[in-house]
Design a protein. Structure first.
Lengths: 756, 373
């Protein structure tokens, strides 16, 4: 036998660069698909007759991923079993898949990331996706771009893949979208804000630093966030360091971008080619199904590379019929465009099927109409039924003459009819024996939850308006918002969920959407800081600025600021009392600032104020001066360590603090001490002096203005001295200032009482 | 040791290639044919068999799997059929002493007058000077002896097919100067390597002009235009919409093909049907340049809607046109089926042929029993 040839075309020899790893979070961490997901995880729900997870795996395989870790939580054993049965575990699949069972206590993607970190599975940059992704994007290109960027900039820890889509795009979730602020040159993501459908958001707050540091920014709300993230190895460890990060977008990305401790960058990759979307909710289930049937996901379409290896024939009008001739289609049945009929299904006379997916082994009775509906495997529909915009689980029986209106979800094994009439958005599940529950037993927690739910359900059945029919075994789930809905801010709130619901046209919500959207643009501009407003207006991509509803966050800023001031004061007092090192005190302040999200200038004011208050008043002139010098030399450094140096602002803060305090006479001395300690320079004093605000120009005339003016004159005198020094090389710095200070002491004390 | 005994390594090769074909990581008829051939060579070199039927079954099995993976790359199946044909031929030579030792030069209309009638296939011409001991099948003493004896000739035969594939562009274009005359205006579509080689070869002898249609929605015509103008041919790139208007000035339409069907029709890049119909209206000759590996022994493919290979509609209507995506069904077929009536001549590496004689070439190239793999 000739030796194995080492031709470069040889498909056996893979590229010699490192293995591309991926992590799939197979759990959804929410319950939007219930009751369909009562007995199986969402990632095993079929979409176009193949489990979602298989679509995800195929998407990754298409992108050249070689090793995949699947993080399973709910129904972990089922996911594991499904994986081991699938073609992916075959020795020749070319992909190594490792299911990872994570603890039941994993409640958020953040917990899962921490789990990954503790297991230490990842060796290099990896791709993080969710178990409900359908994509044909070349992720390996993104990884290449990411790695290139990492070579230059070690802090570029993550690249998010986003896809351009119009505002009204069916695949773009209105309930859960986001505003990205991007630098068009480097595609760095500068700011991220999550947007919900409800409560509506009309203001996106963009930090001033973003606008000042970048000459051009793009503010975009027209992107589908596919939640494909190319992450560096340190991402899981960052989750571990920040134990409160839950959601990858709302917490992690937002946290990293607003933190100036971490100094990490996140980039965006706007995919021009290719398709990517997540099946996050029933509405996107519908739109992704339609996208697959309209071949947007090519080469993953039913007639080519179908993840479950079904072979379909593509017929004009994007209809798909199995190739193996196992389907029975009556002569008079009508199959409309965008339909997929599963193997061994049977459509009887005069049935009409449009834009629907029929699973395997389904039977559709005569004269039934199915439009925009999704039927899972082994479902039997009787004669003269109407099913519209609904998802029907597997092994369901809909008996003769039933009507299922839009938005209904029928759980596995439900029987309704004959003659059932379901109201729109009804959710049905099978009444089951308790025995079955415990037998399934791998998910005690969820079972417990259900038990409590079920008791309420029994109560609820009395006021159900839908007619279930006499043979029904179904329980109707409560509709409308739960009474104890605590948190409107949560993405999972009821009204927001409506944006994600299949078949909901939101007519009642849309009316106020249009009313607000006109006011919306002006709203987002009327930000408190003028600088950012101008930049937004002039930014080149103003055309991209969408008119989507954005929600005004209740102004908790004032409260936060007050709290911060109190906390900062306490923290500094502690530092003074216990003699902390300057560095430690600085770190503590930074943390505080992070926690209450206040601008840097507030911190500066607080620090300057605390230091000034630290100086004891009284004693001889010399003693007083010595006191000031000791305090400033010990703590003055802190002013510049809080996260930014701005000496002019320091002087202004000092001035305004002194104005409102009994230490007004010390202003000149303190300023001189700061000058001695090199915390402020001569130029800074000049710059401050030149500011109109330091003269008190913006304050109404009165005591306060007078005091401001006084401070300013002190400064002026100092500058005169500087000038003299320069000319005569003579120095007698503080002497005159001091005299000035003491003479004015009496008056200032009264004023300070007034202003308090 | 039946034919189903597939060594794990060859199975892995086949799986690997079928995954790549399914995921469209290998596209283009020549690339697919080359990959298939390389895999078949490996399979033959590793196969263990004691008679010809086992070997054929091993190859057919692999071929079936590859064809199922991507039924729209017809050259995969064609290559398998061709290799099988060669294997049988070599086998006949080896066992019956060169039964089919006829020259492989095929029938061509250029030789029609000289040759008279095309030859019948499989004429048993026993050569008398048989100095080699025929190979013995199913040898009980040494089951591998048959394989050992046959393999070297088989590898040689596969190498011939490979060589043919590698020189296909040169062979197609060797007579280019007979087809293109000075100061002619040629219209072409899309990016076909065969057509490119053909036009470039003609440019050595003739001075002529090429009009390249952009060929939306893939716009591969841009690449073609660049390639031609870079080798000094005077080239115009025109929008597809002006094809009809320009046709009255065009002397010849030269297009490539994705597959040539047994009835003489072709699958070619979408837009070809438009150009061909316009050309017919003006009685402009339509020339198809293609390698022989594109001959596909199927004739009824055009009944199938899906055979046109519908791709991602993104190129036709961008995904970002959010509102429209929901309301409009967009189709983006890769290929057009061009009927044989619209084609005047095929220029292949096996000579020039009218559409009506394609079926004969196909019969000569493949064995009848392989038409269904």
């Amino acid at each position: 036998m000739p030796p194995k040839q080492s031709n470069p075309k040889d498909p056996l020899i893979s590229d010699d660069d490192e293995v591309l790893q991926a992590v799939i979070l197979s759990d959804s961490f929410n319950k939007r698909f219930r009751p369909l997901t009562r007995r199986k995880p969402r990632c095993l729900l079929p979409i176009c007759n193949a489990p979602l997870l298989d679509w995800t795996l195929e998407s990754l395989a298409l992108a050249g991923v070689q090793e995949i870790f699947v993080i399973c939580r709910s129904y972990a054993t089922r996911v594991k079993a499904a994986l081991s049965k699938s073609k992916w575990s075959a020795p020749n699949s070319g992909i190594k898949i490792t299911p990872i069972m994570t603890a039941k206590e994993t409640f958020s993607p953040g917990d899962a990331m921490r789990d990954i970190y503790t297991r230490g599975l990842l060796t290099s940059d990896f791709v993080l996706v969710h178990g409900d992704l359908v994509s044909n994007i070349r992720i390996d290109d993104v990884v290449r771009v990411h790695k290139e960027r990492r070579k230059v900039n070690k802090d570029a820890i993550m690249t998010m893949v986003v896809k351009e889509a119009g505002i009204g795009h069916r695949t773009r979730s209105r309930g859960e979208s986001s505003v990205f602020v991007l630098d068009p040159e480097t595609s760095e993501c500068l700011h991220y804000e999550p947007v919900m459908g409800y409560p509506r958001k009309s203001v996106a707050r963009i930090p001033r630093e973003v606008v000042t540091a970048h000459p051009r920014i793009e503010i975009r709300n027209d992107l589908i966030d596919c939640q494909i993230d190319v992450c560096s190895v340190e991402v899981p460890s960052l989750f571990t360091d920040n134990f409160d990060y839950g959601d990858i977008r709302r917490d992690f990305v937002h946290g990293i971008l607003t933190s100036d401790l971490l100094m990490k960058n996140i980039h965006c990759y706007i995919a021009k080619e290719g398709y990517a979307a997540r099946v996050q909710d029933t509405r996107s289930y519908d739109s992704v199904s339609k996208d697959i049937l309209s071949r947007w996901t090519f080469p993953m379409v039913p007639d080519n590379n179908h993840p479950a290896d079904h072979a379909y024939e593509h017929i004009r009008g994007n209809k798909y019929i199995p190739k193996d001739n196992s389907v029975v289609l009556a002569r008079t049945c009508k199959i409309g465009p965008k339909s997929l009929i599963g193997p061994a299904s049977n459509c009887s006379e005069d049935t009409t099927i449009t834009s629907s997916v029929i699973g395997a082994n389904c039977v559709i009775g005569p004269r039934s109409t199915i439009s925009n509906a999704y039927l899972f495997d082994n479902t039997v529909i009787g004669a003269d039924c109407v099913i519209d915009r609904s998802i029907v689980g597997s092994n369901v029986q809909v008996k003769d003459g039933s009507r299922i209106e839009r938005g209904c979800l029928l759980g596995d094994g439900v029987v309704v009819g004959p003659g059932a009439v379901l109201m729109p958005f009804e959710r049905l599940m099978k009444k089951d024996d308790e025995g079955e529950d415990s037998a399934g037993g791998d998910n005690e927690e969820e079972d417990e939850e259900e038990d409590s739910d079920e008791e309420d359900l029994e109560e609820y059945q009395k006021n159900v308006k839908s007619i279930l029919g006499e043979d029904s075994n179904a329980l109707v789930w409560p509709r409308g918002p739960p009474e104890d809905e605590e948190d409107e801010e949560n993405v999972e709130n009821f009204t927001n969920q409506r944006f994600m619901r299949l078949g909901d046209d939101l007519s009642d919500l849309d009316s106020d959407t249009s009313a607000d959207s006109s006011a919306d643009n002006s709203d987002s501009d009327s930000d408190s800081d003028t600088e950012s407003v101008t930049s937004v207006a002039t930014s080149t991509s103003a055309s991209h600025v969408p008119t989507t509803p954005t929600i005004a966050v209740p102004s908790s800023a004032a409260v936060a600021e007050y709290e911060f001031r109190v906390e900062a004061k306490q923290s500094l007092e502690r530092a003074f009392a216990e003699g902390h090192s300057v560095d430690n005190a600085a770190v503590e302040l930074k943390t505080l600032r992070m926690a209450s999200n206040v601008p840097l200038s507030r911190v500066r004011e607080a620090v300057v104020g605390a230091i000034v208050e630290r100086i004891k008043i009284g004693g001889e002139v010399a003693e007083q001066r010595k006191e000031i010098a000791t305090v400033i030399s010990r703590w003055g450094e802190l002013i510049n360590k809080i996260g930014g140096v701005d000496a002019v602002e320091t002087i202004t803060a000092l001035q305004f603090h002194c104005v409102g305090s009994d230490r007004l006479p010390l202003f000149g001395q303190i300023l001189a001490a700061l000058y001695q300690e090199d915390i402020v320079e001569e130029e800074d004093i000049r710059a401050w002096h030149a500011l109109s605000a330091s003269k008190g120009a913006e304050v109404l005339p009165g005591l306060e203005a007078d005091n401001i003016k006084k401070c300013w004159t002190v400064g002026e005198r100092m500058i005169q001295q500087f000038d003299e020094q320069e000319s005569s090389e003579e120095e007698d710095g503080g002497e005159t200032d001091e005299g000035e200070g003491t003479t004015e002491e009496g008056t200032t004390e009264d004023e300070s009482e007034d202003s308090d | 040791m039946g034919p189903e005994v597939h060594s794990a390594s060859t199975q892995k090769l086949v799986d690997n290639l079928s995954a790549k074909l399914r995921r469209r990581q290998i596209v283009g008829s020549r690339a697919a044919a080359l990959e298939t051939l390389l895999i078949l060579r490996q399979i033959v070199s590793k196969a263990r068999f004691s008679n010809i039927d086992q070997l054929v079954e091993i190859i057919r099995h692999a071929g079936r799997q590859l064809v199922e993976a991507q039924p729209k790359e017809h050259t995969v199946g064609n290559t398998v059929r061709k290799v099988l044909h060669h294997i049988r031929e070599e086998y006949n030579t080896a066992t019956h002493g060169g039964a089919l030792a006829q020259p492989r030069s095929a029938f061509s209309i250029a030789k029609f007058l000289v040759q008279g009638q095309p030859r019948q296939q499989n004429v048993a011409l026993k050569s008398s000077d048989n100095n080699k001991q025929p190979l013995k099948e199913n040898d009980a003493d040494d089951p591998d002896s048959f394989a050992k004896g046959l393999k070297p000739v088989l590898m040689e035969a596969i190498q011939d097919v490979l060589d043919e594939l590698e020189t296909v562009y040169d062979n197609v274009s060797k007579n280019a100067k007979d087809h293109i005359h000075s100061d002619e205006i040629i219209l072409t579509l899309g990016m076909s390597r065969t057509v490119e080689a053909f036009l470039k070869s003609a440019a050595h002898h003739r001075n002529y002009t090429v009009i390249v249609a952009e060929t939306g929605p893939s716009y591969r015509g841009h690449d073609m235009g660049k390639a031609l103008s870079s080798s000094g041919i005077s080239t115009f790139l025109v929008p597809d919409s002006s094809i009809f208007a320009l046709m009255s000035r065009v002397n010849k339409v030269i297009i490539g093909a994705h597959a040539i069907l047994a009835n003489g029709g072709i699958f070619a890049v979408s837009g070809s049907l438009l150009a061909a119909t316009a050309a017919r209206e003006h009685s402009t000759p339509i020339v198809v340049c293609a390698g022989q590996f594109k001959f596909t022994p199927l004739w009824n493919l055009y009944h199938e809607y899906g055979a046109l290979d519908f791709g991602d509609p993104n190129n036709v209507l961008g995904f970002e046109e959010g509102d429209l995506v929901d309301k409009v069904d967009v189709v983006n077929p890769y290929y057009d089926y061009v009927r044989p009536e619209l084609i005047d001549v095929f220029i292949t590496n096996y000579g020039d042929h009218p559409p009506s004689s394609i079926y004969r070439l196909i019969k000569e190239t493949y064995d009848d029993e392989d038409i269904e793999l």
